[in-house]
Ligand binder design. Structure first.
Ligand SMILES: [Zn+2]
Ligand SMILES: [Zn+2]
Length: 248
């Protein structure tokens, strides 16, 4: 173990000398350890990573002001998420610094760092996501996935599955509409209506009775994950939880 760590550190130091990797968050420092890619240690320190002790809406995870004793946390609701189809959504942290850089880098580099994998796993093991029984990445439309070459949500889900003992299901849900072609002028309601019909469960027998953990990169309005959660519930899922890297 000790020798392994020493060799790892030596390898990192050598690699950093020969191929310095610029931090994707600050652009100034270089990334000291491969495990932290694509951000430097200082940017990771400056990024808000949730501990699970924050006061937040129990359902959607939106942070709220004030302190609530631990036994009352399940009663906190923001009310803006009442219509969302998922049971509960949580993120590793805020959409800033190292997490923002990790999400943006993952759109063109199919690699999830050890640090990000660990953070996803830490979030999944906490309540309420720890009740999940099956991991499902939010699918991309097949055409979009071909353009990009991979689905970043699938990479995140695979990393999480390799760390947890939850089964990974990349095949049960498909995206039917090409929702990327949103018009800039579309209002929130029009966007919601487009996204509502965007998912189809292809293998309901694998979903029935399961507590699904939907994985995606970023939680913005929650409309996409809610639509996907609705499709899963219509197919018989008993609960649908959502895990994202960051919350915008
Ligand atoms: Zn940095
Ligand atoms: Zn909420």
């Amino acid at each position: 173990m000790w020798l392994g760590r020493q060799l790892d550190a030596l390898y990192d130091a050598t690699l950093a000398l020969v191929y310095p990797m610029r931090c994707a968050a600050c652009g100034a420092s270089s990334v000291e350890a491969r495990a932290d890619a694509p951000a430097c240690a200082a940017c990771w320190r400056a990024t808000t990573v949730f501990t699970g002790d924050e006061t937040c809406c129990w359902k959607c995870g939106a942070q709220s002001a004030g302190d609530v004793p631990p036994e009352k946390r399940m009663d906190v609701r923001c009310r803006r998420c009442d219509a969302a189809a998922f049971t509960a959504a949580r993120s590793v942290g805020k959409y800033e610094g190292a997490l923002r850089a990790a999400i943006l880098t993952l759109k063109h580099e199919p690699h999830v760092s050890a640090r990000l994998g660990r953070l996803l796993y830490d979030t999944q093991r906490r309540r309420p996501l720890d009740a999940a029984t099956r991991i499902v990445p939010v699918p991309l439309h097949a055409e979009r996935e071909r353009e990009r070459g991979f689905n970043q949500a699938t990479l995140l889900a695979r990393t999480l599955a390799s760390l947890s003992d939850l089964p990974l299901d990349e095949w049960s849900v498909a995206r039917t509409l090409h929702t990327a072609r949103h018009r800039a002028g579309m209002d929130a309601r029009a966007r919601r209506e487009t996204v509502e019909r965007a998912f189809r469960v292809e293998r309901p027998r694998l979903i029935e009775g399961e507590r699904i953990l939907l994985v995606d990169d970023v939680f913005t309005t929650g409309a996409t994950v809610s639509a996907c959660a609705q499709a899963l519930k219509d197919a018989g899922a008993s609960e649908v939880f959502v895990l994202t890297v960051a919350r915008a």
